[in-house]
Design a protein. Structure first.
Length: 531
């Protein structure tokens, strides 16, 4: 007899080796999730004899969350959690804590999800799909890495700060390519954006009613926004109406105007959802539209109003050029107009005309001094001069939100401090003309793919969703002429959209797929993770 005793060796009868391997993997996963927080908690206890229990609990929960994001294959859930964190929780956490550690939490979450994707790609035997438009992304990453060798970059810490500022949102290109692969996920994504915009609109409306002193009681970071910070050069985010100071609400962001930016990027997406949905489903979408308009209206930002209008106009123009029936988009535009009128009337009735004081001068090109008093047009006009004197940039980490990281060296040119200003001028300052050219090339390629290929999408509903997404991208690209969009939270959307466009419009087989094939199962998402 040569049978193996089940308790002495070999495997149990009927148990497949793959099942045993999965059980071992699950056991190791649970062990790691349990041991890492335990070890970290013990380290905190040893380092601090009287540790803060809330701090210890927060660290343990945070580490468990990071491990779950790293190990989870449910990208729809992990990316939804990440989007909610960026749009709802990131700003209040940073303003309440007012520390660099709080600012780095979002990078840890992004890294956990991205690293989990890469590790699964490495161990998988499946064929790896490289997305269209990747050459632009890889060229951008490579040039940012090489920029550390620029003689004007002031050391390793400045390089790390520059890497964070320029590369923080690049993984969202691949997230976009991986996640939005059927109409259902488009609808879910637009609803998530609408919920985030609604939350920001409500909080922005509450903040608009507060005096600077009341607003400052919310936390250390809110106090700096109200009155400025001497140690970091931040000026107070306030304006005056008839001698009375008013706050410029950050809503759920970490700086003024965040809610307006979220509302502006969400509005075209909700218009698409409104145009593609049956009548019985439009009422919840109209409520979300009210939230987006409220976020724009209470942001006290002229730029947000202009960007919102650009997004709506771009949606109408793309609907026309892509061959959509104009009746539904027109109904959506009319409904949005009614929402704008209703929200504006309600705010004026509650707060008076002063709430729109800053928006009354939309033709003004000057902004409150936030970076040494430079105007938006001035930073753009500096690009030709930078092309001559700094064609390869002035070094990483010299401008933007990381300018104080790794030492407070503030390089000057011709007696004036080098600042970022707009997204394009920030790219020119840190990466020079090659970096600026690569990003502009990716943006133009993304927009041209949409303009030229949208008609080839046979499913009208899917085409409508892509129109809304592309209209929001065009609006935020215009926003980059006046603000550092690539260095703030909405930069995630600017990298996310090219990934979605690359999947749907950069592949001939998906362009010519029949309308019934628009819905795609979730399984291929796991096997076609991009390099």
């Amino acid at each position: 007899m040569n049978t193996t005793h089940p308790q002495l060796g070999g495997r149990r009868p009927g148990t497949h080796p793959a099942v045993l391997g999965r059980r071992a993997h699950d056991l190791l996963t649970v062990t790691a999730i349990a041991l890492v927080p335990l070890v970290l908690g013990l380290a905190i206890t040893v380092s601090y004899p009287k540790p803060n229990p809330i701090l210890v609990a927060g660290v343990v929960v945070g580490v468990i969350g990071v491990m779950v994001l790293l190990l989870s294959r449910r990208y729809t859930i992990t990316l939804t959690l990440l989007a909610l964190y960026l749009g709802v929780f990131d700003g209040p956490i940073k303003l309440e804590a007012a520390t660099q550690i709080a600012s780095g939490l979002r990078d840890i979450l992004i890294l956990a999800i991205g690293l989990g994707m890469v590790l699964r790609m490495v161990v998988s035997s499946e064929r790896v799909t490289v997305p269209p438009l990747s050459r632009w992304v890889l060229a951008f990453v490579a040039f940012v890495l090489v920029e550390a060798l620029n003689p004007r970059t002031h050391g390793l810490l400045k390089s790390l700060g520059g890497y964070r500022q320029q590369l923080e949102w690049v993984p969202f290109f691949f997230f976009g390519y991986v996640i939005l692969r059927d109409k259902r996920r488009f609808r879910q994504f637009f609803i998530i954006l609408g919920v985030i915009a609604l939350a920001n609109g409500v909080v922005g409306a509450v903040q608009a009613r507060l005096s600077p002193h009341q607003f400052a009681t919310w936390g250390p970071g809110y106090r700096e926004l109200a009155f400025g910070g001497n140690h970091n050069g931040i000026s107070g985010r306030t304006y005056s109406v008839e001698g009375q100071a008013r706050i410029r609400p950050p809503a759920l962001g970490s700086d003024s105007g965040f809610g307006g930016g979220i509302g502006a990027l969400t509005l075209p997406c909700l218009l698409a959802l409104l145009a593609a949905s049956p009548l019985r489903r439009r009422w919840p979408i109209l409520i979300l539209c009210i939230g987006a308009v409220l976020a724009i209206a209470t942001a006290a930002s002229r730029t947000s109003v202009v960007v919102g209008v650009v997004g709506v106009v771009a949606f109408a123009a793309l609907s026309l050029t892509s061959g959509l029936r104009l009746s539904r988009p027109l109904i959506g535009l009319m409904a949005t107009g009614a929402v704008v009128f209703a929200v504006g009337s309600a705010l004026i009735a509650a707060e008076g005309n002063g709430i729109f004081h800053r928006q009354e001068t939309l033709t003004s090109v000057q902004r409150a001094s936030e970076t040494g008093g430079n105007s938006k047009t001035q930073t753009l006009s500096e690009i030709p001069n930078d092309l001559i004197h700094g064609p390869f940039g002035y070094g990483l980490g010299i401008a933007g939100s990381v300018s104080g990281f790794g030492g407070r060296q503030h390089p000057e040119f011709e007696g004036q401090r080098i600042t970022g200003g707009s997204a394009f001028s920030l790219l020119m300052k840190e990466l020079g003309f090659p970096g600026l050219l690569i990003w502009v090339g990716l943006s133009i390629n993304t927009i041209l793919l949409g303009v030229t290929q949208l008609r080839r999408i046979r499913d009208p509903e899917l085409r409508t969703y892509l129109v809304g997404l592309l209209a929001a991208f065009i609006a935020l690209t215009v926003d980059g002429l006046s603000g550092p969009t690539l260095a703030v939270t909405i930069g995630a959307f600017l990298w996310f959209v090219p990934g979605v466009i690359a999947y749907w419009l950069g592949s001939p087989e998906r362009l010519t797929a029949p309308a019934g094939g628009a819905e795609r199962p979730a399984a291929p998402i796991r096997t076609a993770v991009p390099a």
